[in-house]
Design a protein around this ligand. Structure first.
Ligand code: NAG
Ligand code: NAG
Length: 198
């Protein structure tokens, strides 16, 4: 009896664990069987490669997709844009996977993220996949709109830890670099979003 219980709980624990893993990733396994593979573009020397063949980019820039996907009112524009691009034979879209400190921010302050906006990014990735469009996801920019480099410098300045007000301190200030590293550390979640679609 005691021996039986001794075995019962580990087995129950193991079964719960398997169930949890299945619930978390089961979708992914099922999707992979149903849908054809949508491989990542790789590089060989100066050549982009896709599934072993040369890949030539024919693309466009719609930086605003995640931002528009975050509001119900503007969300349909994401599909309309990707549909229009795909119809024109375009295969790659560059878009923002960042939005720092501004309206619909993905990162509202250093290390604080908005799940609603992550879901908006998921939506963009799912729509792109559905239209056979690959995404070039940018993680920061050099302008003021959508935060980017300027916003990182501003955060450090506001917290009194910035070494310089120069926008270029983004590249050398250790505090700012640590902010950006924190952001890069959430990229496993970005990657999880991506893998769900691959
Ligand atoms: C990469 O390119 C080189 C030179 O063209 C070629 O010899 C090699 O087989 C390529 N590797 C892959 C993995 O395609
Ligand atoms: C940093 O860049 C922003 C956006 O280009 C600009 O408005 C601002 O004046 C710059 N700051 C400094 C200190 O040069």
């Amino acid at each position: 009896m005691v021996g039986g219980n001794g075995l019962f709980y580990p087995i129950l624990g193991f079964a719960s664990c398997v169930t949890f893993i299945y619930l978390s990733f089961g979708d992914l396994m099922v999707n992979n069987e149903k849908e054809p593979k949508f491989g990542f573009v790789e590089r060989n020397g100066t050549q982009f490669m896709l599934d072993g063949s040369a890949f030539y980019i024919n693309g466009w820039n719609s930086y605003w997709l995640m931002d528009h996907a975050a509001d119900e009112y503007t969300k349909p524009r994401v599909r309309a844009m990707l549909q229009a691009g795909a119809k024109m034979g375009l295969t790659v879209c560059r878009t923002w996977a960042f939005n720092d400190g501004a309206y619909n921010a993905l990162q509202s302050s250093p290390g604080r993220f908005n799940e609603h906006v992550f879901k908006a990014l998921d939506h963009v990735i799912a729509e792109a996949r559905q239209h056979g469009v690959r995404l070039l996801l940018s993680l920061v920019n050099n302008l003021q709109a959508y935060g980017g480099k300027t916003q990182y410098v501003k955060w450090a300045w506001e917290e009194g830890i910035g070494l310089s007000a120069s926008n270029d301190s983004f590249f050398f200030d250790p505090s700012i670099r640590s902010y950006f590293k924190t952001y890069i550390k959430v990229s496993p979640y970005l990657l999880l979003s991506l893998r769900r679609m691959v």
